[in-house]
Each structure stands twice: as C-alpha cells, then as structure tokens.
Design a protein around this ligand. Structure first.
Ligand SMILES: Cc1cc2nc3c(=O)[nH]c(=O)nc-3n(C[C@H](O)[C@H](O)[C@H](O)COP(=O)(O)OP(=O)(O)OC[C@H]3O[C@@H](n4cnc5c(N)ncnc54)[C@H](O)[C@@H]3O)c2cc1C
Length: 611
C-alpha cells in the first residue's frame, strides 16, 4: 500500500474534473485521479455544443436561457442553480476561448452559435441560436483545451487509477447522527491498473467528477466506462442519490446501435420523418417542432413506432432527413456524425435519410450538491470536504430533463465552482484529518473475494441481463408492471453478482477484475433508478409513466433522495420524508429508503409545458 497527501484530490479527468483542477491548483496542492487517460474521458465524445447567451448572432440573454432550462426540466429544476448556470455561461465560454479553444466563427470573426432543442427566444416564441460549437467535435476541443492547460499549470495526474472507496470519519450507513453532527471526507482508496497496487490518498478536500452511468442500459450513447462509479461509491457510504429516476433518452441514436447523432443535425436543419415521409413533430410540438426538448421528441418517436408508422423492414425506427441540406454545409458543420452514418449503417446522408431511435444518454440525477459544489448528506446538511461536479452530480440544473448543450456548460460552470470551493476550504484546514484504521480493508476484501473464487457467474452475462431488462422495462415508456419486473430482475442479478468470478487472477492490467467491480456499481445504480421510478407515480420530463401520464405538482414537486441503509435501520432517512416518498424496499442485507428534498423556486411558477 502506498499513501499520498494532497490538499485537494479530484476523482475524474473529464471536463468537470479538469475544469475543477485548473481552479483548485491555483491555490492548493492538487492531484487528479482518473481510471482513464484524461483525453479518453467521455467529454471528448460530446458533439453538438455548449450553451451561452452570448447574443453573437441574434438577440438573446441569460434570463431567457434560465427560463428555457427551468421549463425544459419540467419545473423540477432548482431555479437558483439554473440562474447561476445561465449567467456564468458567458464567462465559461470566454474562459475556454482564452485558453485556446478553436470555436467556429461567424464571418465577422465572432464565436458562431447554432440552434438546439428547447433553447428559445422570449420564453418559447421561436428557436434561438445559443449553442457555441467547434464543428461536431465541441467536447473533444473542450477536453483537449482543458488538458493542455492542466499540463501547463503542472497539475499532477494519476492515470489509470480506479478509485474504489471513499473514506469518511463517520460511517453513515450505520451511525445515527444528530442533525448538526459534523461529517468529514478524509480520503479515497485507489487501485493502480498497471501494478494492481492499492494507494490511499489523504486529502483536505475531495471532488468527485466521475461522469455518468449510461451503461445501465443496453442501447446507449455512453462509453463502456460510464458505470456510475462515483454515484455508487457515495451511495454505498450512506450518502443519498438525488432524482435517479430521471434518465435522458436522446432522440437520435443510430437505429439498433445507439451511437449518437448529435441534435446539432436538427439544429442545422435536419428533419425527423416517419415511414410515410411525414414531419411528425409538427403534430407534437407545433411551434418549435424538431427542436422540442429531448424527452418530448424521444417519446414522440417511440409513439410513431408504436402506432405502426415506423420505417424499415420491422417498422422499428424513424428517419433523420438531411438530404435537403447542401453537402458543403453538412461537411462544414456535421462532419463526424455523418461519417458515423456511413461507417456504421452504410447510409449516405447527402442522399438518404438516416435510421434513428432513442438511446440512453444522460443521468439527470446523481450525488446531491449545493451551488458551491458541496455534497449533501441529507436534504440540507453537507459533508465537509466533499464536493461533486459534472454528470455524477445533481445540483440540480437539469431537473427532470436536460436541454442539449447544457451539460458541457454544467461541467464548466460547476467544475470551476467546486474547484474554487474545495481549494478555499482546504486552506482553512490546518492539518489533514486522521484516516480510519485499515483504510483499504473493504477494497482488499472485495478484490480478493472476486479473484479467489475459482469459478462462478460470468460478468458479461450478468451485465447483459441487467442492460436488457433496463431497455425492456425502464426506457422511454414505463409502467408499474414494467418497473416491478425490472426491480425483480435486478434483485435476482444482485444475488448472482455475489457469486461472480473473474478469469484473470493476475495483478498486472487486470481489466477483467475491474469490469467485475464496475458491474457492481451498475447494479446498484440501476436498482436505485428503478425503485425511484416505481415510487414516482406521475410523468415529468424524462420519466414517463403510462399508468400516471400527467404531471402531479401537488404530490411530486419534490426531489427524490434515495439512501441505502442496513435492514435494521429506521425507515425514515432524515427528518424530511414526505408523502408518497416515504417508501422502503428491502433487498436482503440492506434496504433502499426514499426521502425527499424541496425544489427551489425563485421567479418561475410551474406552467403546463407546451412547445
Ligand atoms: C456521445 C455524447 C455526446 C454528447 N454531446 C453533448 C453536447 O454536444 N453538449 C453537451 O452539453 N453535452 C453532451 N453530452 C453530455 C456531456 O458530454 C457529458 O455529460 C459530460 O461531458 C460529462 O462530463 P464529466 O466531466 O462529468 O464526465 P466524463 O467526461 O465522463 O469524465 C469522467 C471521468 O471520471 C473518471 N472516472 C470514472 N470513474 C472513476 C473511478 N472509479 N476512478 C477514477 N476515475 C474515474 C474517468 O476516467 C473520466 O476521466 C454528450 C454525451 C455523449 C455520451
């Protein structure tokens, strides 16, 4: 075992982690730990753009952006956080530009902007050009720019190190704490892929920036590595997860594959058509049509297919039509994604429409934080020295449905904020807090159990079964019955997981072993997603219940807070459990307790959501 001491330790080297690192390392000794080489993080796969009301090409302002974000999230957004997101967007883009990011330009030399779903002028009057972009490689440019600047600033990286545990000075899973008790994060335990050695990082402040969990689904735009690690680690240590029932399905995955074709395709004029060639979004969202928010477009597409108007031999997808756009325009603005259609489907987008269907894309929920990035341990108390930013976190600016281009924005705005808060906090702590005895005990036990089991369940089979039940039962359309089926399947899979074994028994580059660990994270995240979805008997944003098709503000204008507790613990997770949310599911060794947290409303009253 090796030990390290830093002021600030950041887990994750995607956009959120590196933006935080740039900020924290100005004032504090900072290390970034990442299971991937930084430039392989999923941020680099982001295509379409980053929202900011620069008003470079047409009238716009941050208040319209705030409104769109709140309405887009079906009013479950914390409005104070959305205001910060929209206001600080402008400086975030300019920061990146100063760091050297090559944004596309207008003929006058300003940063160009394009349309994206749900971004409008004057509270929904028409689509507005708000997304700043670098062709369809915006995330790639952000990630490279941030990495280069981290190198320039001498940020220390521990690459291909997997963080497998979070250390705190109280065990929240078992201890009964007073409301005002102080809980501190003290460090993390990591596994070095190259050597198999365990490292302990002691830190005054820790930032989780581990990204999403899209691999709980089979059809997904997410990379293989998006297994919800940070969410699962916090949850296993007794911290809550917020709003996990809200998962975004992006309308335009390549049919049958899930590989993403950015919404930029529609922003640049692409049109969705059914088998009859009809522009069906005119029926569902008469004002902004194909540029309605993702939840609405994905549901409309799935509905066309259900009602028999799907295209293709099995009538199981719709078509994204770019054939009316000039080939030169496609080449300049959408070069990568049109190449995906050629490579993976053998379709020529200049002349043929592209088969598309919704694909799992983004976790709106995650580790709850306040606007400084501090992690909450219940509906109002924070864990000292623990921060989270990016897709792993829920601040909550996306509410029940995220607008396209608001995530690249979120990672920059809240990455920067959490980096700044963590460094400032670290400065106030004179000495590192002591870490617990045997800090690596849990991790070592877990690893050796899997490695030493001579044979048992295969990781790939359990993962496949999980992803299949999630696709079949917890996707765009959900019912009590389908979700109950998913919950039952997951319970069985959790049992099978306890008997999982790996074939590689070695210590060097044992990715087999780490995939087994990641499967455990996926199962926990899928479980809490499904239980929270069962419990929310209404439809809002990305969560659509066919058995409860309306939004129910009377009972459900609340964030869900899910906690994992020992079976013997009292049912109420904190003193703030309300109404329908007081619900317990017993999974044998532990139970999942669902509590709630109020939604922060500033200036926008909930309204019916029409586009
Ligand atoms: C194909 C695609 C296209 C997208 N396009 C857009 C777009 O155009 N606009 C937009 O706004 N959003 C877009 N998104 C969403 C957006 O890209 C992501 O939400 C965002 O980039 C997430 O950034 P992040 O820093 O939180 O996480 P990531 O970039 O995913 O980084 C996670 C980091 O955590 C590390 N990590 C994870 N687990 C561990 C562990 N256990 N130990 C150590 N390190 C760990 C990884 O190594 C990685 O460095 C897109 C997403 C996808 C999948």
């Amino acid at each position: 075992m090796q030990t390290h001491q830093y002021d600030v330790v950041i887990v994750g080297a995607g956009g959120a982690g590196m933006r935080a690192a740039l900020e924290a390392s100005k004032d504090a000794r900072t290390a970034v730990i990442s299971k991937l080489y930084p430039t392989r993080s999923h941020t680099g796969a982001a295509q379409g753009g980053m929202a900011a009301a620069l008003a470079n090409v047409e009238d716009d302002n941050w208040e319209w952006h705030t409104f769109d974000t709140v309405k887009g999230g079906d009013y479950l957004v914390d409005q104070d956080a959305a205001e910060i997101l929209a206001k600080e967007a402008i400086d975030s883009v300019l920061d990146l530009e100063r760091m050297g990011l090559p944004f596309n330009r207008t003929p006058e030399g300003r940063i160009d902007q394009r349309r994206f779903g749900g971004h409008t002028r004057e509270h929904g009057q028409a689509a507005v050009r708000r997304a700043c972009y670098a062709a369809d490689r915006t995330g790639h440019m952000i990630l490279q720019t941030l990495y280069q600047n981290c190198v320039k600033q001498d940020v220390e990286f521990f690459n291909e190190f997997y963080v497998l545990d979070l250390l705190t000075d109280h065990d929240l899973t078992t201890e009964e704490l007073d409301d005002d008790a102080e809980v501190n994060a003290t460090g993390v335990v990591a596994y070095d892929l190259a050597s198999g050695e365990i490292h302990v990082f002691q830190a005054k402040a820790i930032i989780f920036a581990t990204g999403g969990a899209g691999k709980i689904f089979k059809t997904t735009s997410n990379a293989h590595t998006l297994t919800g690690d940070g969410m699962a680690l916090a949850y296993r240590r007794g911290l809550p997860l917020e709003d996990m029932e809200f998962f975004q399905f992006h309308p335009t995955g390549l049919a049958g594959l899930g590989i993403l074709l950015s919404e930029a395709a529609r922003g640049e004029g692409g049109i969705l058509r059914n088998a009859d060639g009809e522009r069906f979004m005119e029926r569902y969202a008469p004002t902004i049509k194909d540029l309605a928010p993702r939840d609405i477009v994905a549901r409309s597409m799935a509905n066309e297919v259900r009602e028999g108007r799907g295209a293709g031999p099995n009538k199981d997808y719709v078509l994204l039509d770019l054939t009316h756009l000039e080939p030169a325009h496609i080449d300049a603005k959408l070069p990568d994604i049109t190449e995906f259609a050629r490579t993976y489907l053998g379709i020529e987008p200049y002349t043929e429409p592209v088969p598309v269907y919704p694909t799992a894309h983004y976790a709106m929920g995650g580790v709850p934080t306040n606007v400084k990035g501090e992690v909450l341990r219940d509906s109002h108390n924070v864990v000292k020295g623990l921060y989270a930013a990016g897709e792993v976190a829920c601040v909550s600016v996306h509410g029940s449905n995220r607008l396209g281009t608001n995530s690249l924005l979120d990672i920059n705005v809240f990455g920067k904020r959490s980096g700044r808060s963590a460094a400032a906090y670290a400065k106030t702590v004179e000495q590192h807090l002591p870490i617990q005895e045997n800090p690596t005990e849990r991790v070592e036990a877990q690893l050796s159990e899997m490695r030493d089991r001579p044979d048992g369940e295969r990781v790939a089979e359990v993962r496949k079964a999980l992803q299949e039940t999630m696709d079949a039962n917890a996707q765009v359309f959900r019912t009590n019955e389908s979700l109950q089926q998913a919950a039952d399947d997951i319970r069985e899979l959790q049992k099978r997981y306890r008997n999982v074994s790996v074939q590689d028994k070695g210590t060097l580059f044992n990715t087999d072993l780490l995939e087994a660990i990641e499967l455990g994270f996926l199962l926990d995240i899928a479980e809490v997603t499904v239980l929270a979805a069962l419990n929310r008997r209404e439809s809002r944003g990305g969560h659509y219940r066919e058995d409860f098709p309306d939004r129910d503000d009377t009972n459900y204008m609340l964030h869900t807070m899910a906690y994992r507790r020992p079976t013997s613990a009292p049912d109420a997770a904190d003193g703030h459990v309300e109404g329908y949310f007081d619900h317990v599911e017993d999974f044998g060794d532990y139970k999942v307790v669902l509590g709630s947290k109020p939604v922060t409303q500033t200036r926008y009253e909930p309204m019916e959501r029409k586009y």
